[in-house]
Design a protein around this ligand. Structure first.
Ligand SMILES: *[C@@H]1O[C@H](CO)[C@@H](O)[C@H](O)[C@H]1NC(C)=O
Ligand SMILES: *[C@@H]1O[C@H](CO)[C@@H](O)[C@H](O)[C@H]1NC(C)=O
Ligand SMILES: *[C@@H]1O[C@H](CO)[C@@H](O)[C@H](O)[C@H]1NC(C)=O
Ligand SMILES: *[C@@H]1O[C@H](CO)[C@@H](O)[C@H](O)[C@H]1NC(C)=O
Length: 428
């Protein structure tokens, strides 16, 4: 990432992190909808026409995204996952959509989605087959990149099944080059580190140069235990993965499952808060045609989305873990700090947590202005460094706050200290 700063009329170019893939995309974490977790590989359009993987599903989601405020809230990409293609390539060796489920073809679907002011994502695989057994791209990188560009596709989710792990890097890099060669900017969502971790610590410098976001860990399920394992993995590897994130390239902890069946409302708030803190892509996998109003309100919460999309572009991380609480903090623009306090004790009622026990609270010297965003919006006013105010956090719920130091002599320190001396603020 390159930051351009004007000092005394001279332009100074500073390098902050490794360079991102230079396709002009994903300058903020991607927002949209992706079919996998909710609709999986349902191809039974005869018996389940409303929920099968077909052009109808994406057209209906696009319609709802415009009508029900999703697009206005920032959700932009409508994304197809596995199981869209025909089992055979065409006579020219190109991928083709299943003709029964996508009678109009992908180009027409892309035109439809674009006519709504939205973007279309598609899915393919770097190996010989997709994870569900459809044709893979191995040996066809340039053909497939050109096909997607010709169709007007805006995002490619590129899975890593059916390839020897030692070829993963080459395959992902070759496809990145093939996409660039088409001349059309296509957001490139990779799973390279996920498939490499079992064998080898991935090279995040190379990944950031190649991809716009990258999955590190297993697929999300519609359950609190799944969300917890993803959070644990992310915190356990934060020293490796957090520095790789920034405008143009992000760690991807997988889809938001808010609005489905498996999470309580408190757990849904925890996922939303922590995905915003982690600067994660916000790709919902749910049925927008039928979603509970509270989940919808949470997913469209403009204060949480503002944290997700904060222009400083730094990923947050866990700063404290004690007594079944976890504190996660994300430095924000204008020297602010977002703080998520997660209560991991799954018994009892709401438990109190002292503001003064937040590691980043030390920057509130002499005072901070405190806004609570979850569980409900509340201006908590200006609090002194010796504040004895507590927030009460429900079991498996999260209190989300923003802190703004009020004194000008401490504010200059705050986010630099957070990002440069991260290890020293971790209390384990
Ligand atoms: C291709 O890569 C070059 C060099 O990194 C970059 O300047 C250009 O914008 C890229 N084009 C596309 C379409 O991504
Ligand atoms: C990537 O491209 C290089 C150069 O064309 C080629 O030698 C290599 O075999 C390719 N790797 C894969 C996995 O396709
Ligand atoms: C990681 O990738 C970068 C960029 O491609 C490269 O310069 C560097 O040598 C690689 N590091 C290792 C340890 O392989
Ligand atoms: C400057 O910081 C010190 C200690 O950090 C604090 O005691 C003092 O009140 C601050 N001054 C102002 C003007 O805020």
């Amino acid at each position: 990432m390159w930051g351009v700063v004007c000092v005394f009329g001279f332009v100074v170019v500073m390098s902050h992190a490794a360079e991102a893939l230079d396709n002009g995309l994903a300058l903020k974490p991607t927002m949209g909808w992706l079919h996998w977790e909710r609709f999986m590989c349902n191809t039974d359009c005869d018996r389940d026409p409303d929920n099968c993987i077909s052009e109808r599903l994406y057209m209906q989601m696009a319609d709802v995204m415009v009508k029900e405020g999703w697009k206005d809230a920032g959700y932009e990409y409508v994304c197809i996952d596995d199981c869209w293609p025909s089992h055979q390539r065409d006579a020219q060796g190109r991928l083709q959509a299943d003709p029964n489920r996508f009678p109009g073809g992908i180009k027409k679907l892309a035109d439809y989605v674009h006519s709504k002011g939205l973007k279309l994502g598609i899915y393919a695989d770097v190996g010989k087959k997709t994870c569900a057994g459809y044709p893979g791209s191995f040996g066809y990188y340039e053909t497939d990149a050109q096909t997607f560009a010709d169709w007007g596709v805006d995002l490619l989710k590129y899975d890593g099944c059916y390839l020897d792990w030692q070829l993963l890097g080459e395959g992902y890099i070759n496809m990145s080059k093939a996409l660039n060669k088409t001349g059309k900017s296509i957001l490139y969502s990779c799973e390279w580190p996920l498939y490499e971790w079992p064998f080898h610590q991935p090279n995040y410098t190379a990944i950031r140069e190649t991809c716009n976001h990258w999955r590190n860990f297993a697929d999300v399920y519609d359950s609190w235990s799944s969300i917890k394992t993803i959070l644990d993995w992310s915190a356990d590897h934060q020293d490796i993965i957090v520095p790789a994130a920034g405008p143009g390239g992000w760690n991807d902890p997988d889809m938001l499952v808010i609005g489905n069946f498996g999470l309580s409302h408190d757990q849904q708030e925890s996922q939303m808060a922590l995905w915003a803190i982690m600067a994660a892509p916000l790709l919902m996998s749910n049925d927008l045609r039928d979603i509970c109003p509270r989940s919808k309100e949470l997913l469209q919460n403009k204060h949480i989305i503002a944290i997700s999309q904060d222009p400083l572009g730094k990923q947050g991380y866990r700063t404290a873990k004690m007594d079944s609480f976890e504190v996660w903090e994300r430095p924000l623009s204008e020297k602010r700090l977002a703080v998520a306090i997660l209560n991991k004790q799954e018994i009892g009622g709401p438990r109190g947590y002292l503001l003064a026990a937040i590691p980043g609270w030390k920057f509130c010297n002499p005072k901070c202005s405190v806004i609570q965003i979850l569980p409900q919006y509340k201006d908590m006013g200006v609090q002194p460094i010796q504040s004895d105010i507590m927030v009460h956090v429900n079991p498996s719920g999260t209190t989300l706050l923003t802190l703004t130091p009020t004194s000008s002599n401490t504010t200059g320190l705050h986010w630099q200290d957070m990002s440069n001396k991260r290890k020293h603020t971790t209390v384990l």
